[in-house]
Ligand binder design. Sequence first.
Ligand code: SF4
Length: 351
Amino acid sequence: MLTEFSSGVDSPLIISSSNQSEPGSATWQQQLKAAVRSVPELLQRLDLTGHPIAGRADFEPQFPLRVPLSYVRRMTPGDPNDPLLLQVLPLTSERQPSAGFVDDPLQEQAHNPVPGLVHKYQGRALLITTQACAVHCRYCFRQHFPYAENRLTARQWQPALDYVRERPDIQEIILSGGDPLSLDNKALAELITALEQIPHLKTLRLHSRTPIVLPARIDAGLLDLLATTRLNTVLVLHANHARELNEELHPALAALRTTGTVLLNQTVLLKGINDQVDTLVDLSHALFGQGVLPYYLHVLDPVAGAAHFDTADEDARQLWQQMQAQLPGYLVPRLVREVPGDDHKRWINKA
Ligand code: SF4
């Protein structure tokens, strides 16, 4: 289960707009502390307390609600179908079992040779750096992952680092979680320093939704880490809708570009959120406008509790073909599914 953040003292590069709960000088850690964690508070902030959607909301979900105020501010008050709200609002329907939707849809626990490391694909391995996230997404495929068994302090990373050191074919390390940018800069610096000492490692990739929901996380310390490591750096953002890319993100993403980090994005195709061609085309343009290339359009991993977001593969293919007709090739993400046992993500743009 995804849980709490570590604390840190880095100063913010980006200061969020005014909000009484978030003073202008708030660090990203302070902004996280102020995140909304209760369904009634979220509904109240969005003027939805008396709306029928309140009757469908789960007030005590097993996977708790968490959403930073920066992200809440991008939602439209009074709109129960807001595509940002629906990504974070727990519904009682999540509790109903659905055939084929399971706790570990990618069978990652079968590729977990040492605590904290998942090794599925040739040439790269994934480090589970933390169990924490800035936001809790209702479609998260790791919402049931046994983080308690994979929760590592800095010293406990050693077996995972040794595993990588003993395998010269691993050239790329992917920091994942939870969300790796929920680590503070001190912890990240320690980990990156240890990784840099493994000679065959060339590339450091981070997968993170934090910059999208909490732009203040892109602080001076993080930028310095990315700019100075000897490793190639790739940041794969997780944005699902153009409305997530508001003006609060502009300076954060512009600053990231100055570090030489390659910025990519992956999107999860979500029924009722972004399963319209106009929505996906707008997202590709919005990403490119901020220097980010669309990389993957993932169909949903069948995780328990997320069946209401599922789209049929045939519908996904039709959407992708319509995107291809409307966008230059470099703005068309790869339509993929992750299939347990495959040695790479499976392209599903053709039946
Ligand atoms: S940010 Fe990613 S890992 Fe965290 S809850 Fe959302 S989808 Fe899951």
